[in-house]
Design a protein around this ligand. Sequence first.
Ligand SMILES: NC(=O)c1ccc[n+]([C@@H]2O[C@H](COP(=O)([O-])OP(=O)(O)OC[C@H]3O[C@@H](n4cnc5c(N)ncnc54)[C@H](OP(=O)(O)O)[C@@H]3O)[C@@H](O)[C@H]2O)c1
Length: 342
Amino acid sequence: MGSRNISASNKTYNILHQTFNSMIKFGIIGCGRISHRFMQGLKQVADTSLTAAWSRRAESVNHFVDLYGGTACKSLDELLASDIDAVYIATLPDSHAAYSIAALNAGKHVLCEKPATVNLSQLDDVLKIARTKGLLFMEGMKPPFFPLYRSLKEYLQTDPIGPEGYVRAGSSVADLSPDHPNFSYELMGGALMGIAPYEAFLALDWLGSMTGLQAMGRFSGKQVDMFATFQTQHNNGYAQLYCGFDLHGKGDALISGPLGHVTIHKNWWNPAKATIEYLDGRIVELDEPFTAGGLNYEIEHFCELICKGQTESPIITHELSRQMITMLDEARKQIGLKFKGE
Ligand SMILES: NC(=O)c1ccc[n+]([C@@H]2O[C@H](COP(=O)([O-])OP(=O)(O)OC[C@H]3O[C@@H](n4cnc5c(N)ncnc54)[C@H](OP(=O)(O)O)[C@@H]3O)[C@@H](O)[C@H]2O)c1
C-alpha cells in the first residue's frame, strides 16, 4: 500500500489572517521566556498591539519594551489602569489566579498561560469573576490552534480511524538549567504543573471527560516532582501520560482507534507533522509547518472572541480548563505534592 502526503498549507482557515474592526490593545504581565514568543506571534496578528507591560523586575520590562514597544509600567495598578483591552498573563503558576482576578476586576479580558491556576478551587474563583464581569477568560493552550492539529481533526472526519479509544503521550526534557522556575516549589513548579497541562488537554480532547486516574511520581530535592507518569480513564477510553525533567523523552503522541492510529511527531505540543496508519495498510502523512513560534494561532482565536463579544472559547472551554486542572489536582494528590496554602 502506498503512502501519500497531504499538505493543507494552502487552505484558508476561518480564523487565520483575519482582520478585526478595531485595534485590540494588549498588556502583558510577566516579561519572561514565553512572553518573547507571545510577541513573535502577536506581531503576525493584524489589528493588535502591545500597549503596556509589567514584570516583577524593572530590567525585564524595560528590556521587553525596548524590543517590542509599548509602555513599561512600574506597577500592576499602572498596567491595569492603562488603555488596554486584554491582558496576557505569563508569570508562573503561583500568581496566575491573583493576576487574572485583578485584571478581570479592572475590566480587562484575560488570556492566561497554562496551568490557568494552581488548583480547581482557584480556577472556579477566577471563572466566577469572569462570568460576573461578562469578560473573556481563556487558558493559553496552544496545540488545538496549530494548522496541523486542525488539519488532522478535519482529515479524520472524512477518513476516520473509528472512535478514538487510547492516547499515549508525554514530554520529558532533561536540559533545563537548575535555576529554571519549573524546579521551584515556591513558584508551584514540578513536571505535573509545568508540562502535564498539555498531556491532560490531549487526553480530554480525544477521549472525553475523565472518570479515573492513577499516578506515580518521584521528587527532586526541591520538593517538586521531577518525573511523573499517570494513566487516566475517560468516557471514551484510556490514556497513558508522562512528564518530567530528568529523562530525555521522545515527545510524540499516539492516538488509536479500531481502524488505525495517528502519531503526532515530536514535539507533539507544537504539532507540525502527523502520520495516520490505517488497518488496511494505507499511510497518510500530514505536514503543516507553523509560523512565528505558533502562539499566533491562539492569539488570533482569542482576539476573534473579543471582537464577537464572546466570554468563553468554544475550543478551550471553561469546563475543559476545569477538567485539565482537576486531572493535575488528582495526580498531585496521588503522588503527595501539596503546595503552600492548599
Ligand atoms: N504556551 C507555551 O508554549 C509555554 C511555554 C513555556 C511556558 N509556558 C507557561 O508560561 C508561564 C511562564 O513561563 P516562562 O517559561 O515564560 O517563565 P519565565 O521565563 O520565568 O518568565 C516569567 C516572567 O514572569 C515574571 N514574574 C514571575 N513571577 C512574577 C510575579 N509574581 N509578579 C510579576 N512578575 C512575575 C518574571 O519576572 P522578572 O523577570 O520580572 O523577575 C519573568 O519575567 C508558565 O505558566 C509556563 O507554564 C507556556
